[in-house]
Design a binder for this molecule. Sequence first.
Ligand code: GLA
Length: 656
Amino acid sequence: YPVFGVGCDAECALMVTHPDGNMSLEMVVADVSREEQPDAQLTTITMKDKVYPFEVKVVYKAYKKMDVIETWSEIVHQEKKPVTLNIFSSGYLPIRQGNVWISHLHGTWGAEGTMTTEPLHPGMTVIKNKDGVRNSHTSHSEVMISLDGKPQENEGRIIGAALCWSGNYKLRLDTEGSRYHDFFAGINEEASAYRLEPKEVFTTPELALTYSKEGLSGASRNFHRWGRNTHIAHGNKTHDILLNSWEGVYFNVNQKVMDQMMGDIASMGGELFVMDDGWFGDKYKRNIDTAALGDWVVDKAKLPGGIADLVAAAKKHNVKFGIWIEPEMTNIYSELYEKHPDWIVCPPNRTAKPGRGRTQLVLDLSNPKVQDFIFGVVDNLMTENPEIAYIKWDANMNIINYGSSFLTGDKQSHLYIDFHRGFEKVCQRIRAKYPDLAIQACASGGGRANYGVMPYFDEFWVSDNTDALQRIYMQWGTSYFFPAVAMASHVSAAPNHQTGRILPLKFRFDVAMTGRLGMEIQPKNMTDDEKAFAKKAIASYKEIRPVIQMGDLYRLISPYDKKGVASLMYCSPEKEKAVFFAYKLEHFVNQVVPRFRMAGLDPNKKYRIEELNRTGNRPLSVEGKSFSGSFLMNEGIELYLMREYASCVLKLTEVR
Ligand code: GLA
């Protein structure tokens, strides 16, 4: 944990300014302690400054049954006045130079989770975010580092790192003259100098580290197991198949249409209906995105019977009911903003520039009154309608006006951090009172795919882009760090609303089924044949759901390798069941498609193959036949995916 000030000529993990202006630290180890916890061993290294009453604990939490070590630091002092923290990383890791490559995610709205893989060059590599609210639209705070050149999916040594923080972050990889790439990860310190009061403990977010000799997929499986067990709400419970109203009707929700959609998803075998944006507002109505955020009362013109009638309709159709909110936000046109203009994030003495709809503003979560209000949004909904089973929690704006009317002048630079501490406090209160509620983290699509929020959320919306072809790429990247159970993946209309692409319904299902399956479409516009296909696919998904959502992921052929195909599979931990997926991404005459060699099976077991979601009458040559795991993994199978957007789902079951 390199510190700044004495004998330091490189990047550091910690840089402070003492009250007397001295900017140096010189730490010596004062104590090393070990503590056994039920699931982990905690090692704490306490370091004290040689001169100043300043202390840092570096903590390592090594899980017993999972190949993950979390590390973080706890900073405290007993100086007379506040010490300013200028850089405060969660952890540091030296990585021996060699043929070291990095894989990381980047993106934008509609193209989240896009992957880049590159060798580490001399100089600084910085991956960071400064959105203020959502931190994974652009880059991600997770990386894979390959120690054996260009990374492979199922072989080679990989170090994975994931910072568990919902706000701005910075990952630095410094490659200087030494033999090491110096890796630092932590909260982004830009505009975030933190004045630490005497005796106040500043705990940095956890940095989760993993290591695998089984390639990128191996490191992913480590993260998935750890995530499901420790960092995702209800990560060990399978999730419901749902219909969300957004792409089906957008803001045009009303009692009749909601009832119809519930009936349709129920008849196709779905388990949950989620009413999206558009249901609220009294003085200002939520008919478009310019008004009413903050006014969380039912629009009586659209829903005369209120939420109670919707809950009753859901009961009638035998599906659960869920609802959309965006509680951290308001609009200029809202009763909330009229009443509390000082509750927004905005520098004092200035006028805020609005976001979405040219009217949206972010509420100041550093303010405890705002925290109470946001908790109240959920608490009121749940108190009045305890049957609500699912909440989609959206966040469609970033912090573009830096400043707080709540924070004092000397603590304005705490806003980026205190916003997220406030957010976490609200989440903790919600979870304490509503432990069973399912909550989705949505943030203009995939803006909140991070392990800072996931302990409180069951899943995240991968992207507002539901085009199944682009989703193959986005879900591929996102699956590096997050398990299928957390990745909400919906079948939507053709032509797709974001890209205009027309894809077969089978392809759309075959892609959505690799995550938490849902639909986001107006079923009324589907033909009877399409509904019948959807019904069968949903029934099949129920069969394979435990393998997908709780199983081990083996990515086989990457879409990024441009072989015209992509393929992946999930295996149950006992390896008696597996599900294989293959997709044709583009098609040319005389194109050579590789054989599909599987992974993750037991070489000595025999597996029977059954195709799911088959269209047409011709069974595959492997249909109903049994093969050894060894054959499937070493020789593989031929699949003649003879046209663009052909796809294939195979269920493998052990033959005893
Ligand atoms: C965001 C979300 C969408 C939808 C809309 C509603 O864009 O990502 O899924 O909920 O808001 O306004």
